[in-house]
Design a protein around this ligand. Structure first.
Ligand SMILES: NC(=O)c1ccc[n+]([C@@H]2O[C@H](COP(=O)([O-])OP(=O)(O)OC[C@H]3O[C@@H](n4cnc5c(N)ncnc54)[C@H](O)[C@@H]3O)[C@@H](O)[C@H]2O)c1
Length: 334
């Protein structure tokens, strides 16, 4: 099957490209390389594949790709996704994630493509009132990034009603880890995620880890998050694609492990895996960080049979550590 993967040069997108190839599908990557890496594309396309450097907002380009390549489904990762930046520069997020996404949707409808998978986020929920968070929890994002993803989900629902676009929106919790076979891994610039920051500190690339908030109403005072291995995330996309191919209707799923780990527990687990006593500096809370974000992934387990292969935090960290040890400067070329 030929699939357009927007943002396929990024962390999660490149893993999905690799896994699509591993099972015999034919992904075509569209990425403007604003954040992604040429080297990630080269590695993800080891077994074949096509990369087009371009922007999802370029509707004529996208429509041409969809028609000329005979694309049957789109997996849409391309987005800006830094919560703090979205608060300082909301227009960037509305332009890229909403307007750019709209141009993509219009091209998809014009080209007659009916299957669409979207990278959504736990940030659509804001401060949750129920833990673990079910999909029907109210949506109340606390930052423009979460708002942009919630809005795009609304646009998908409207395009389904108007044009019969079948979509599955996957609301990821905290993606972590690296390809278990070591082909690709995480290289965000700037890095804002806890596990890679800790691993870079373990490698001596950072002086210390800044721990934001030690007075949350949790058992050890630090935030609790749900970590999901990037390979398990990737498998969920393949299952979602299979469901759309079987004629499943539009829906959305949370994707997390259902286990919460506090920041202090993650620090301890990274110390254990790396054998390095990582220095930590305690700092005040960051505005807008909920105390606890843990997913209920019961729906995707029940409906698509999704089961994480790497549910344990130390396993997730071990694959990431392997990647960071071998590639201390990531893909290196930026
Ligand atoms: N990493 C996480 O923990 C996490 C959690 C929840 C949701 N998500 C969502 O998953 C998706 C992928 O996340 P990631 O961590 O792989 O991010 P990433 O930044 O590594 O990948 C995004 C890719 O999209 C590309 N891109 C951005 N705007 C584009 C545009 N207009 N046209 C073409 N390409 C464009 C970037 O160059 C990059 O390669 C994002 O939509 C993000 O919001 C990620």
């Amino acid at each position: 099957m030929k699939i357009l993967v927007t943002g396929g040069a990024g962390y999660i997108g490149s893993q999905v490209v690799l896994d699509l190839y591993r099972r015999g599908d034919e992904p075509v990557i569209l990425d403007n390389l604003s954040k992604g890496h040429q080297e990630a594309v080269a590695r993800a396309c080891t077994f074949g594949g096509r990369f087009i450097r371009g922007d999802v907002a370029d509707r004529p380009l996208v429509e041409r790709i969809l028609r000329e390549e005979g694309i049957e489904a789109v997996i849409h990762f391309a987005a800006d996704s830094l919560v703090g930046e979205s608060t300082e520069n909301p227009g960037k997020y509305f332009r890229n994630n909403i307007s750019g996404g709209l141009a993509l949707l219009d091209a998809v409808v014009a080209a007659g493509v009916k299957k669409f998978i979207f990278s959504s986020t736990a940030a659509v929920y804001g401060e949750p009132s129920i833990i673990p968070i079910p999909e029907d929890h109210r949506l109340q994002p606390t930052n423009p990034y979460g708002f942009s993803k919630m809005t795009f989900e609304g646009m998908l629902a409207a395009y389904d009603r108007a044009y019969g676009l079948n979509f599955i929106s996957l609301r990821y919790f905290n993606a972590a880890g690296a390809d278990p076979e070591g082909m690709i891994g995480e290289d965000h610039r700037p890095e804002t995620h806890l596990i890679p920051l800790l691993l870079q500190t373990a490698l001596g690339l950072r002086e210390h880890l800044k721990l934001f908030g030690t007075d949350y109403p949790t058992f050890d005072g630090t935030c609790i998050r749900d970590y999901i291995h990037v390979a398990d995330l990737s498998q969920a996309h393949l299952l979602a694609l299979d469901a759309l191919n079987r004629g499943a209707g539009s829906t959305l799923y949370n994707l997390g492990n259902g286990n919460g780990y506090s920041n202090r527990q993650v620090i301890e687990a990274v110390r254990k895996v790396t054998g390095v006593d990582i220095p930590v500096e305690e700092a005040p809370r960051r505005p807008g960080d909920p105390a606890v974000l843990v997913a209920s992934s019961e729906k995707i387990r029940a409906e698509l049979g999704w089961r994480p292969k790497f549910p344990h935090l130390e396993e997730i960290i071990a694959t990431a550590w392997e990647w960071h040890r071998r590639h201390p400067h990531g893909y290196g070329e930026k």
